[in-house]
Write a protein that binds this ligand. Structure first.
Ligand code: PAJ
Length: 284
């Protein structure tokens, strides 16, 4: 695996690969890699011939009160995992490389960034869209891979790519879960033993809502019952939202529309950790 730290150098490496006929797959990450990230690399290896991973903890997507400083950065372990997956290129830029002195250009995606994660983290998606746009311009991938785990982020990236005509195909890969159902996340490391147990409340509440949705309950009742189910199980978890939305627009859905999937989305705080999860549901 080639480890490259500068924009100039990664452009050189990718231009050479492209010249030799390779197609470029790109997996942007913030490191602290787990099976969820690795599944994106495997998807890239299947579909394209050069898998480029970036590890960059992007400061502009963290609010001042958030966990930028303590975000895990186990770089040696990450490199070993990437080697094992036969990753071709690791792009590991510094802050100065991504945000040159005097940086002042941001990408703001409209309406779909306003609710849910965007409401609770008002500058988050501006930071995500900006860094992903910048990374797309640096790497110029044919295909870029994102996880369904961060469903609103996936919708934001797809919208940005469509609106600004980025010549890249976006692939959304299924959420990878622990054996007991907890969606894998770098932030799960913040959970102590008891909190880890309680964190199951997210996937369990989603299952409850999914069952109720598929058995024909109204969307309003599904949400009410889901919130009650959460309340009964919780110890210290705090529910931030449980909603049913259109996964492309992130507008609230109140019933199934012809042929369109809906997503049930959930966010909760457990101790220091803020966890999100979702499931896609089609009409039976
Ligand atoms: P990060 O949280 O490191 O996630 C990198 C990619 O892995 C994202 O596309 C995310 O959706 C995906 N991912 C995380 N957990 C997953 C799981 N359990 N199953 C499948 N995929 C999963 O998301 C970011 O970084 C950043 O916002 C980034 C896009 C890199 C921009 O800074």
């Amino acid at each position: 695996m080639e480890i490259v730290k500068s924009v100039l150098e990664v452009r050189r490496v990718i231009a050479a690969a492209r010249k030799s006929g390779k197609t470029i797959g790109f997996i942007p990450t913030m490191g602290a890699l787990h099976e969820g990230h690795l599944s994106l690399i495997r998807a890239s290896k299947k579909k394209t011939s050069l898998a480029v991973v970036s590890i960059y903890v992007n400061p502009t997507q963290f609010a001042p009160s958030e966990d930028l400083e303590k975000y895990p950065r186990p770089i040696e372990k990450d490199i070993a995992l990437l080697e094992k997956e036969n990753t071709d290129v690791l792009f590991l830029p510094s802050n100065d490389e991504i945000y040159p002195k005097g940086f002042s250009t941001f990408v703001t995606v409209g309406d779909i960034t306003e609710g849910f994660e965007g409401l609770l983290r008002p500058t988050h998606f501006r930071g995500v869209a900006t860094v992903v746009a910048s990374l797309f311009n640096i790497i110029q991938p044919d295909v870029a891979f994102f996880g369904q785990k961060d469903l609103q982020q996936a919708a934001v990236i797809k919208r940005m790519v469509r609106d600004l005509h980025f010549p890249v195909q976006i692939e959304i890969c299924k959420t990878v879960r622990e054996g007991d159902g907890l969606a894998m996340s770098s932030r799960n490391r913040y959970l102590d033993l008891q909190e880890r147990e309680e964190a199951l409340i997210l996937s369990q509440t989603l299952l409850n809502a999914q069952d109720n949705l598929q058995s024909g309950l109204s969307f309003a009742d599904v949400k009410l019952k889901g919130a009650k189910f959460f309340d009964k199980l919780k110890k210290k978890a705090i529910l931030e939202y449980l909603d049913i939305i259109n996964p492309e627009t992130f507008q609230l859905a109140d019933s199934f529309k012809a042929k369109e999937d809906v997503a049930i989305i959930i966010a909760a705080r457990i101790g220091e950790a803020r966890l999100i999860d979702n499931v896609l549901v089609s009409k039976k």
